[in-house]
Design a protein around this ligand. Structure first.
Ligand code: R5P
Length: 288
């Protein structure tokens, strides 16, 4: 087999290769002045099993196109089988139409991936598990919850509760709570736009409890910041651990989370972490 890394997260691809006692396949990605992208495989793949490690993280469209170009190059060079390792699946929040004249982009991407010859998808904590149904190829939808929960065990106070910031995360929150031997509190979140959310209810008792807020991703940081405010208003102790599989940390997110009550922000390396210069940040590797 051979593992190629796109440009989205070479560190993770290298860590995966190290786990498997191998090195990355040789390939070059080139961007033209007009914004077009091409990929050149610099070693043969004929008859080989190929893995392409490329989270479709921001800039999502560029990383997605690069993954498709990689797969197309591998198929045209007669690879035996192509597995896309996409720990963060961009557009996973576009899994349904919100209005009558909108696309279902996650479904469109599933079609594109299959059209270019991807035979198998490995992904991690998909925002909506039912996205698997958009594919006809096998999808291994892994979860980082056990890995993250292990990292939390010694750092979270005994009386902490696990908080799901919306109903979509209740299943994952229950998995965390089971592993941390505590209970789950659920917030009722309403999304007004891509950047604006509002927490209207806290379901469960958080009075004087430390909170572990768990989510699939931290993007703008809005959901976490709103959750902290709502939990403080409901009487929670100002002692928060923020946990997410995917730390996208878009510009401005860190400022939103620089709250004196935030003790730790724990994410995986599914997405390349641009700056680790943040004392509260802990990055747990999913390479193993
Ligand atoms: C939403 O349903 C997701 O599970 C996350 O809560 C959300 O996408 C996080 O994004 P942000 O950090 O921008 O609030």
């Amino acid at each position: 087999f051979i593992i190629f890394a796109g440009t989205a997260n070479r560190d993770l691809a290298s860590a995966i290769a190290r786990e498997l006692n191998t090195t990355l396949g040789l390939a070059a990605v080139e961007n033209f002045p007009d914004g077009e992208t091409t990929v050149r495989l610099e070693e043969p793949v004929r008859g080989r099993e190929v893995f392409i490690v490329q989270p479709t993280s921001p800039p999502v469209n560029d990383h997605l196109l690069e993954l498709l170009a990689f797969a197309d190059a591998c198929r045209r060079a007669s690879a035996a089988r192509i597995t896309a390792v996409v720990p963060y699946f961009g557009y996973a929040r576009a899994d349904k139409r919100h209005g009558r004249r909108e696309p279902i982009t996650a479904s469109m991407i599933a079609d594109l991936m299959q059209t270019v010859g991807i035979d198998h998808l490995i992904t991690l904590d998909l925002h909506a598990p039912q996205i698997e149904g958009f594919f006809r190829i096998p999808v291994d939808s892994l979860t980082a919850v056990p890995t993250l929960a292990r990292a939390l065990r010694d750092r979270v106070p005994d009386d902490a509760v696990v908080v799901s910031p919306d109903t979509g995360r209740v299943h994952a929150a229950t998995m965390y709570a089971h592993r941390l031997k505590t209970s789950v509190v659920v917030l009722h979140k309403q999304r007004a736009s891509g950047t604006e959310t509002r927490i209207t209810h806290v379901v469960g008792d958080v009075r004087d409890r430390a909170c572990v807020i768990v989510d699939d991703m931290i993007s703008t940081g809005g959901t976490m910041a709103e959750s902290i405010e709502a939990l403080l208003a409901a009487g929670a102790r100002p002692e928060f651990t923020l946990v997410a599989t995917h730390g996208l940390f878009l510009p401005g997110a860190r400022a939103k989370l620089d709250h004196p009550s935030v003790r730790a922000v724990v994410v995986t390396d599914s997405v390349e972490i641009i700056s680790r210069d943040w004392p509260q940040l802990e990055v747990v590797s999913i390479a193993p």
